[in-house]
Design a protein around this ligand. Structure first.
Ligand SMILES: Cc1cc2nc3c(=O)[nH]c(=O)nc-3n(C[C@H](O)[C@H](O)[C@H](O)COP(=O)(O)OP(=O)(O)OC[C@H]3O[C@@H](n4cnc5c(N)ncnc54)[C@H](O)[C@@H]3O)c2cc1C
Length: 240
């Protein structure tokens, strides 16, 4: 399909709806967690790993991965780091505001039944698709690790939920990596890319999922290539 046909399809024929913001919460200084209600109840929640194309001010499209979903609502994490139209639209939006949404579009599925452990690499809002994938790994009874990069501890989305999951389920390990940590931080420091060192053997036997801005995804991909993780075990969603 040509570029213009894809655009025409998105804005005329693709499934779209008018959502209503029902909750909006600031996480640290860099993320807005926004819950959008669907116009009516649907049979099943949006698929794991899907994204929604929102339209800011009626004309500017921005894609957001669906972090959580039920049959009436879905939640997205909006980064302020880009500082563009999407960030400003969701920063200023209030409960009750309408948002035109296209999709959902499925392009980052969770791969069931491989028997391999799952390793999830994310920075900031890149954690969105992994919120539900981790629950699937727990249900499948395979080991999983979330390596989540953030400049500050206060900017980590779903921190309490991940800590709770790792307490309840020994098969899940949560490794927040803080690059600009306060002196009191006792967890991992630096970037998620640094975490590849020392885990070569485990990564080589795992399915590896990467989600976030291009600089981070290329960094992790390069590190994985360097240690010979097979391509068919690597799944990427690039935010741009
Ligand atoms: C399939 C898909 C799923 C996506 N899911 C999410 C999501 O769940 N949450 C989310 O916040 N974004 C997500 N994005 C990126 C999102 O669509 C926007 O491009 C991004 O949030 C920046 O939008 P903006 O309007 O604020 O800034 P823009 O005006 O689009 O960009 C301004 C500058 O910021 C850079 N930039 C873009 N994204 C980021 C970022 N996340 N952090 C730092 N710098 C950035 C751009 O390269 C550009 O130089 C996704 C993109 C794709 C393609």
């Amino acid at each position: 399909m040509s570029f213009f046909k894809i655009i025409k399809y998105w804005f005329t024929e693709a499934t779209h709806f008018e959502g209503t913001i029902v909750a909006s919460e600031r996480i640290g200084t860099r993320i807005q967690k926004v819950t959008i209600a669907l116009p009516s109840q649907i049979a099943e929640p949006f698929h794991i790993g899907c994204y929604i194309q929102t339209i800011a001010w009626g004309c500017i499209p921005r894609a957001y991965s669906v972090a959580t979903a039920d049959t009436r609502t879905f939640t997205i994490l909006v980064s302020f780091s880009g500082g563009g139209a999407g960030a400003r639209f969701f920063r200023d939006a209030v409960v009750g505001d309408k948002v035109t949404c296209y999709g959902p579009f499925d392009d980052f599925p969770y791969h069931y039944g491989t028997g391999r452990a799952k390793v999830f690499f994310a920075t900031s809002t890149g954690v969105a698709p992994f919120r539900r994938m981790i629950e699937e790994a727990i249900k499948e009874n395979v080991n999983s690790v979330l390596l989540l990069g953030s400049p500050k501890e206060s900017d980590i989305a779903f921190k309490k939920e991940f800590e709770e999951l790792s307490r309840k389920h020994p098969s899940f390990t949560f490794v927040p990596c803080v690059s600009d940590a306060d002196a009191s931080w006792s967890g991992a420091r630096g970037y998620v890319t640094d975490q590849v060192n020392g885990k070569e053997e485990f990564l080589g036997k795992s399915d590896v999922y990467i989600c976030g801005i291009p600089a981070m995804t290329f960094g992790v991909l390069g590190a994985l290539k360097g240690i010979g993780v097979p391509k068919n075990q690597i799944f990427v969603q690039k935010f741009g």
